[in-house]
Design a protein around this ligand. Sequence first.
Ligand SMILES: Cc1cc2nc3c(=O)[nH]c(=O)nc-3n(C[C@H](O)[C@H](O)[C@H](O)COP(=O)(O)OP(=O)(O)OC[C@H]3O[C@@H](n4cnc5c(N)ncnc54)[C@H](O)[C@@H]3O)c2cc1C
Length: 391
Amino acid sequence: MALDKQQITVLGGGIGGLAAATALAQRGAQVTVLEQADAITEVGAGLQIGPNGFAVIRALGVGEALAQCSVRGQGMCLLNGTTAAPVFQLDFQRFAADQHYYFVHRADLVNVLAHTAQQAGVEIMLSQQVADVTLQGDTTQIQMAKGEVLTPDIVIGADGLHSKLRVALNGDRPPFFTKQVAWRTVIPATGDEPAVAKVYMGAGRHLVVYPLRGGTMLNIVAVQERDEWAAEGWNFQDDPANLQRVFADFGSEVQALLARVQTVYLWGLFRHPVAAKWHSGRSAILGDAAHPTLPFMAQGAVMALEDAWVLADSLEKADAIETGLRNYQTRRHTRASKVIDAASKNARNYHLPAGPMRLAAHAALKLGSTVAPSLALKKFDWIYGHDVTQS
Ligand SMILES: Cc1cc2nc3c(=O)[nH]c(=O)nc-3n(C[C@H](O)[C@H](O)[C@H](O)COP(=O)(O)OP(=O)(O)OC[C@H]3O[C@@H](n4cnc5c(N)ncnc54)[C@H](O)[C@@H]3O)c2cc1C
């Protein structure tokens, strides 16, 4: 079905919303994005975009722009948090030539996507907060916070964790606190850091660090298992001393990083179920609105990018909007659920307590990545080797 002249409203101008808007506009649709923020902006934090996400970025025509504002990742390394001894390594240089892995500042990715969306004819409307969404038969009614009521023909909900359209489709199912919190911060780099994501592991904790913006800054995400609740959201500041105290027994590499932290945000990790229903009539959800994930596979934004591409492709190939949206969920539900399960299990692997179990697990990991580095990478082929733009 040609998308020419189809009018599509996308709720949310984050990574998923802007990618979907671009993919739809590039197929001829007339797309409007309603974003609640008063500027297209993002929190100051990093993202890892694996080759499966980069495949979508490249197909949208933004590959070169992304490459220019990010750091091309050379590998990933799990380390003992106390001694900094390597436990497991993935060598990204063993990827196929067209498989690129990037470390990017979120704001840079959002800016690149917003620019491309506008070039494709997308209208991005700011300060447009959606207060509520109701589904009445095939009509989607959007109540704006400023009072206006909209009934767009086709609605895509890319409105993130607290999606109004997900609630309209599935009811309100509250998430549960995973008893894990994450601090995030960016610090200036010294310039000597390798283009590698390092994961320092300890009992009930891990800390991830990788370079951003041509290696001028470092992104840090530090996770702790704990009973004490923390709010779910990006903008809750914490005292850097709390982060430093929790990782005080980690080795000198980590201490040197944490000593440079001036501002830090704390965020409670909640587990949301994957939504059972992603579409109804002429509306659908994507990205975190459909399937929020824990960050332990660095695939949340990447899944939103894959969704965006498959949504546009499914609509283009179907003979009716409703069929296209149904096909979109069929093509995406199993894969997104599998990646999210893998992310949930990863925290356990990173957080093993000291003792024989950890010694055995780390020894096996070390052996695997030293003796057969290509095989170690191959284990992740189902994630990184998946190219939705070729299906
Ligand atoms: C610490 C951390 C590290 C992460 N690291 C990675 C990583 O390395 N790689 C990776 O792939 N993923 C990572 N993720 C996950 C990733 O950030 C999310 O999965 C991704 O941002 C989801 O994109 P989205 O577009 O679906 O939602 P969002 O990015 O949340 O965008 C939603 C947009 O909708 C807007 N919006 C929300 N509600 C409304 C409303 N009512 N009205 C109008 N607009 C609205 C918001 O303002 C926002 O612009 C990480 C997450 C965290 C927390």
